[in-house]
Design a binder for this molecule. Structure first.
Ligand code: UDP
Length: 495
C-alpha cells in the first residue's frame, strides 16, 4: 500500500519544470466538525495560504455544505488562490443529530471511517502533500493514514496547554483510582498531574472523568487519541507562551517541537492585513447567521455596563437553568446580551413558549440573539463582563479583549479552563456545577462592581501580554514563522 501510494519525487521535479519554480509546500488540514475546532484550524490554514503554502482543508460533508453557503467563495479564491476546501463523509445517516451531545456520535463514527476517507483525499491530490495538520482528536486516523502514505502529521490540539497536558494523564488518573469520579469528594485536589497538583480539584478535571465505569467508551476514545498524538512530529497550540509556560515546558517531555501561535483570531488579523476581513472564511460560523443588530444595541449603552452571555456552539441547557440565569441577570440590575441558539435549550418543557415570554419580559433589560459576532461584541466598549461556558476560543477571545469572565463550564476542556481563569490567572470567577439565581446575581455584581478592581488588575496585565504576543517580535508571531519554516524544511527534504 505504502509503495503504491507514496508520491514519486520525479512528480515534484516535473512540476518544478512545468511551473518554472519550486512548488510550494502543500498542507492538508483536518479538523473535527465543530465550530471551536474548525475556526482556529481555518485561521491557521489561511495564515499558511497567505505564506504561499498550498492548502487543502477537509470538512465533513455536513459542515461543508452549510458552511460554504455563508462564504463568498469567489472572493475567497481570489484572496487565497492556492486554497481548496474538500469534504469527506462523517459516516452517519443524514438525519442523525450532530449538535449538542450528538457531536460524540460524530467522533465515534469518524474514528471508524476517517482514515479511509483521508487516504482517498490524499490519493486524489494533484500536488503531493508535504504534511497533514490534524486535530488532536482526529489523530488516530491521521497518524495511521500519514504513516501509510509517508507524510508527517502535526497535531493541532485546539485546547489550552493545561488541558492538553491533563488529557495525557487520563490513563494515570485511572491507575491512581481518581477516575471514575462517581461518589468521590469532588473538592479534593488531584495530585498526580505534575505541574497542576495545586490547581485541579476533582471537579476541575475534564468532564469525561465523570464516569461510573473504567471502560467508558468516550474515556477510552480520548486515551487512544492521546496515545496516537504522541506519534505526531510536532504539536501546535492556540495559546501563547507567557500564559502557560510551566505546562508547555512539561509538554516538551512528549514533543520535541511545540508551536504556540495564539490567540490565532488576532494573529490572523495582524498578519493578513486585509481591508476586507469578511473575505476570510474563518470569520464565518459553520452553521449560524450572525445577528449584527446587537452591535447597534450595544452602541446605546454606557461603557462597561453590559454582561455578554454566550455558551458557545455546542453547550445546551434546560429551561430550568435558563430561568435561573435569567432571574440572576435581571436581579443584578445589569443589562445583558444573551446568545441562545435554536438548539441551546433541551429537556421536556417547550422552550419556545418560555423563550417568547422571556424575550417579552427582557425587552428593556436585555437582548436575546441566536448568534452574535462574538469577537466584535467582546471588543465593544459597552461590554463589562462575559458569562461564558469557558470554551477555549471564548476564553482566549475574552483575555485578548480584556473582559473578565464568569465561568459556567459544561463539558470537555471547559472545567479545566474555568479553574485556570479563576485560580491561576485570576481573571474571573468559576461558577462550576450550579447556576442558582442568587449565585448568578452575586457573581455579576461582584465582577461588575465590588471585586472588579482586583480582577481587572490581573486582566489588564494578561490582556496586554496577549496583545504583545501576536505583534511582530512577539512570541506567537515568531512561533508562526518557525512553524512555516518547519513545514518548508519538510518540503525541501522531499524534493
Ligand atoms: N461564537 C460566535 N458567536 C456566538 C457564539 C460563539 O462567534 O454567538 C464563536 C466564538 O467567538 C468562538 C467559537 O464560536 O470562537 C466557540 O468556540 P469555543 O471554543 O469558545 O466553544 P465551543 O463552541 O467549541 O464549545
Amino acid at each position: 500500500m505504502r509503495a503504491k501510494l507514496k508520491w514519486e519525487k520525479s512528480f515534484l521535479k516535473d512540476m518544478e519544470k512545468e511551473e518554472g519554480q519550486e512548488p510550494h509546500p502543500h498542507v492538508v488540514i483536518l479538523p473535527i466538525p465543530a465550530q471551536g475546532h474548525v475556526k482556529p484550524m481555518l485561521k491557521l490554514a489561511e495564515l499558511l495560504s497567505h505564506s504561499s503554502c498550498r492548502v487543502t482543508f477537509i470538512n465533513t460533508e455536513y459542515v461543508h455544505t452549510t458552511f460554504l453557503s455563508s462564504v463568498d467563495i469567489h472572493a475567497f479564491s481570489r484572496r487565497f488562490p492556492k486554497f481548496r476546501f474538500v469534504s469527506i463523509p462523517d459516516g452517519l445517516p443524514p438525519d442523525s443529530p450532530r449538535s449538542g451531545k450528538g457531536i460524540f456520535d460524530v467522533l465515534f463514527s469518524l474514528r471508524d471511517t476517517a482514515k479511509a476517507a483521508l487516504l482517498e483525499v490524499l490519493v486524489s491530490l494533484r500536488q503531493p502533500p508535504t504534511c497533514i495538520i490534524a486535530d488532536g482528536i482526529m489523530c488516530c486516523a491521521a497518524i495511521e493514514a500519514g504513516e501509510e502514505f509517508g507524510v508527517p502529521v502535526l497535531a493541532f490540539r485546539t485546547y489550552s496547554a493545561c488541558c492538553t497536558w491533563t488529557y495525557f494523564h487520563l490513563s494515570m488518573l485511572l491507575q491512581e483510582g481518581e477516575v471514575p469520579l462517581q461518589d468521590k469528594d469532588m473538592d479534593q485536589l488531584v495530585t498526580c498531574i505534575s505541574g497542576l497538583e495545586n490547581v485541579l480539584r476533582r471537579r476541575d478535571l475534564p468532564s469525561i472523568c465523570r464516569i461510573d465505569r473504567v471502560d467508558d467508551p468516550l474515556y477510552t476514545f480520548f486515551i487512544t487519541q492521546a496515545l496516537a498524538m504522541r506519534r505526531a512530529s510536532a504539536l501546535i497550540l492556540n495559546t501563547f507562551e507567557e500564559l502557560e509556560a510551566p505546562i508547555l515546558f512539561k509538554l516538551g517531555s512528549i514533543f520535541s517541537k511545540i508551536y504556540t501561535i495564539g490567540p490565532l483570531h488576532v494573529l490572523s488579523n495582524v498578519r493578513i492585513k486585509d481591508d476586507n476581513l469578511t473575505t476570510l472564511a474563518s470569520t464565518k460560523s459553520i452553521r449560524w447567521q450572525e445577528d449584527k443588530g446587537c452591535i447597534t444595541w450595544l452602541d446605546s449603552h454606557p461603557p462597561k455596563s453590559v454582561v455578554f452571555v454566550s455558551f458557545g456552539s455546542l453547550v445546551t441547557f434546560t429551561c430550568e437553568q435558563m430561568l435561573e440565569f435569567w432571574h440572576g441577570l435581571v436581579n443584578s440590575g445589569k443589562p445583558f446580551l444573551w446568545v441562545i441558539r435554536s438548539d441551546s435549550i433541551v429537556g421536556d418543557d417547550d422552550p419556545r413558549t418560555t423563550l417568547i415570554d422571556l424575550e417579552e419580559l427582557a425587552k428593556d433589560k436585555g437582548l436575546i440573539v441566536s448568534w452574535a459576532p462574538q469577537e466584535k461584541v467582546l471588543a465593544h466598549s459597552a461590554v463589562g463582563a462575559f458569562l461564558t461556558h469557558s470554551g477555549w476560543n471564548s476564553t482566549l477571545e475574552s483575555i485578548y479583549a480584556g473582559v473578565p469572565m464568569i465561568c459556567w463550564p459544561a463539558w470537555g476542556d471547559q472545567q479545566v479552563n474555568s479553574r485556570c481563569v479563576s485560580d491561576v490567572w485570576r481573571v474571573g470567577f468559576d461558577m462550576k456545577d450550579g447556576c442558582h439565581r442568587s449565585i448568578v446575581e452575586k457573581m455579576v455584581r461582584d465582577l461588575m462592581n465590588d471585586k472588579r478592581e482586583e480582577i481587572m488588575k490581573s486582566m489588564e496585565v494578561l490582556s496586554r501580554t496577549a496583545q504583545q504576543s501576536v505583534k511582530e517580535g512577539g512570541s506567537s508571531y515568531f512561533n508562526l514563522e518557525k512553524l512555516i519554516e518547519y513545514i518548508k524544511s519538510i518540503h525541501l527534504k522531499k524534493l
